[in-house]
Design a protein around this ligand. Structure first.
Ligand SMILES: [Zn+2]
Length: 306
């Protein structure tokens, strides 16, 4: 009897945690993107290309489909050079899409003799790690929603990548069916609301947060934007999609009153709360798994400016 109970418990835990993304995996992905070898991932550099290729590799591991053409790399022009956004799709049970995005570029290097690399662990290796983690979570599952994963380039130079890909006609088959876009921007640290919590920019413009929280598991919570006066909703990559009238918000944990690492050389892996980030990613995955076009159809109200 004892043996059976033990076996049952073991099977139960293997079953219920089979889809969990491990903290080691999260650490590997984020640390690779934020490594010194990536030299701050500035758009137009070979290291920026390397980051794009690394993300494409993560998409391949998850058997994602191409968004357009025969590559995850979606090219656009930057100062006469070909640079890339990275895009992959996962087919769900319905044709309605949820989008997950972040930006993989950062601001390169400086002349600081103590530390000359802007590693951008929080900004925004953490966001890319989150979308890659969500793809990991659904690797062996078929969600109700189809999913599109987009890693934007050139955010730091004025949201160039998100603007390019959002206006790419080859992706209209996705955009025309897009229910909402979750853009992750700086999610490496504990939020002002504590652990297992994020805030959503422009929360007053749609009911996405209410609908999400209604389904949220394990205490995960999306909070209102505490820095609304800074108009972050209109200052991040989500805005390229707002212009298309797609529900698109940015999600962050950054505590703006304490974030001394923002655009500094010390935005390094050692500031990342990996336990918290791993918990958020897994709880996000579990919550998304409950969403379907039937219970999740967020709408803008008339206060948003397109
Ligand atoms: Zn950023």
């Amino acid at each position: 009897m004892k043996k059976l109970t033990y076996l049952t418990l073991t099977l139960f835990s293997v079953f219920s945690f089979a889809q969990e993304v491990s903290q080691d995996r999260i650490k590997t992905v984020l640390s690779t993107l934020a490594s010194d070898e990536m030299k701050g991932r500035e758009i137009g550099t070979p290291e920026n290309d390397n980051a794009a290729n690394y993300i494409a590799g993560l998409f391949k591991e998850n058997n994602l489909g191409y968004c357009t053409g025969n590559s995850y790399l979606v090219p656009f022009n930057y100062q006469g050079k070909t640079v890339y956004n990275v895009c992959g799709i996962k087919k769900g049970k319905t044709d309605k899409y949820l989008g997950f995005s972040g930006h993989f570029d950062h601001i390169g290097t400086s002349n600081n003799p103590k530390d000359h690399i802007y590693n951008g662990a929080d900004d925004d290796a953490s966001g890319i790690t989150t979308l890659a983690g969500i793809a990991d979570y659904f690797k062996n599952k078929q969600p109700e929603f189809s999913m599109v994963f987009m890693a934007f380039n050139g955010e730091e130079k004025g949201m160039l990548g998100s603007r390019a890909i959002s206006t790419d006609k080859n992706l209209d088959h996705i955009y025309n069916n897009m229910t909402a876009l979750f853009n992750f921007e700086m999610v490496a640290t504990e939020s002002a609301f504590g652990k297992n919590a994020l805030f959503m920019t422009g929360d007053e413009f749609s009911d996405l947060d209410e609908l999400f929280n209604k389904n949220a598991v394990n205490g995960l919570k999306v909070n209102p934007d505490p820095y609304a006066a800074q108009q972050l909703f209109y200052r991040s990559d989500n805005v390229s999609f707002v212009k298309k009238k797609i529900i698109a918000h940015s999600f962050s944990t950054v505590d703006m009153t304490k974030a001394t690492h923002y655009h500094h050389e010390n935005d390094d892996v050692n500031i990342v709360d990996f336990a918290n980030l791993t918990q958020i990613i897994n709880n996000f995955g579990k919550t998304l798994d409950k969403l379907s076009p039937k219970n999740f159809a967020p709408k803008y109200n008339d206060t948003v400016k397109f």
